[in-house]
Ligand binder design. Structure first.
Ligand code: MN
Ligand code: MN
Length: 308
């Protein structure tokens, strides 16, 4: 392991402090960005505004800003020079992450300018609120999933079964425990001091998020592999230094490199098995998906939401 792969250690108290600071930045960025989400705005401008605001407030981004529209459920982040704009009937999910020394706040909200989808937005929001009310030590993750599924179904929509909330760790966005969006036979016990991002998805579609061919988000797979080109080695070093094992975008490497060289380097890194690719996930064409997400710390008798 190189020096860069080792993470600074903190006491439990210092960790919680950092989780809360990340949450407070997340909250401020959410308030800042909401009025800018309007018909005609370019997605890339929103992504960049969110990401620079995070830095301005003293945080770092934990992953590229996801702005997934309509049937896209997750993992759409503007690629370099994205021309996509928000259109009148769109339902827009904005999901972004902040970290402080690797301690993450992950949260999302949905906006729409189409009255028709108000109840779809409410369904995921209410499911999230109900999940938060239920989370405390000794509760099992599948019990929370059941509450989420029942709440969304009450509105006449489906939960997305292959997306779930997740435990967080230092520089670890998706730990080994999940909070499902549906009722499943087995779950794991929730413990005091754990930190989870709980995210609920309601859809008018089939309730599955399938992989599309598009990839705009990547993360490093921490294995050793020989790289042929100096270019790929340089990009790998940058990724290790700046993003460690957290997801990143090609956009973030363009400050001192051309898009051509970034693409070339990524191709070699992907082919060598060093990059995980997050495919854009979508429900069926013509469907609409809403999402709500908060990060919370499990306390002795409940939980404390850091992102609201
Ligand atoms: Mn998220
Ligand atoms: Mn998440």
């Amino acid at each position: 392991m190189s020096e860069n792969e080792r993470h600074e250690k903190f006491t439990k108290e210092e960790e919680l402090e950092r989780y809360k600071k990340a949450g407070s930045i997340h909250r401020q960025v959410t308030e800042y960005i909401k009025p800018h989400v309007k018909v005609g705005v370019k997605l890339i401008d929103l992504c960049e505004m969110i990401e620079s605001k995070i830095l301005e407030l003293g945080g770092k981004y934990a992953f590229p800003t996801n702005i997934s529209i309509n049937n896209l459920a997750a993992h759409y982040s503007s690629p370099p020079s994205d021309e996509t704009v928000i259109e009148e009937k769109d339902i827009v999910k904005i999901d972004f992450g902040v970290h402080v020394d690797g301690y993450i706040a992950d949260g999302a909200f949905t906006l729409t300018f189409n009255q028709e989808y108000n109840s779809l937005v409410e369904a995921s929001e209410e499911a999230l609120n109900k999940a938060i009310e239920a989370i405390k030590p000794k509760v099992k993750t599948n019990e929370v999933g059941k509450i989420i599924e029942e709440t969304i179904k009450k509105y006449g929509y489906r939960p997305i079964r292959d997306l779930s909330g997740h435990i967080l760790g230092q520089y670890n966005l998706h730990g080994a425990k999940n909070i499902p969006n549906i009722k499943v036979p087995f779950g794991k016990e929730i413990f005091e001091g754990e930190v989870y991002a709980v995210e609920t998805f309601a859809t008018t579609g089939q309730g599955y998020a399938h992989e599309t061919p598009y990839v705009y988000i990547y993360s490093l797979i921490p294995v050793r592999a020989p790289l042929r080109s100096q270019l790929a080695r340089t990009v790998l070093k940058k990724i290790m230094d700046e993003f460690k094992t957290l997801p990143f975008s090609q956009r973030w490497l363009l400050k001192d490199m051309t898009l051509g060289s970034v693409k070339l380097a990524f191709r070699e890194l992907v082919n060598t098995g060093l990059l995980h690719q997050y495919h854009v996930l979508a429900d069926v064409k013509g469907s609409y998906v809403s999402q709500a997400e908060h990060t919370l710390i499990v306390t002795r008798d409940g939980c404390e939401v850091t992102t609201r």
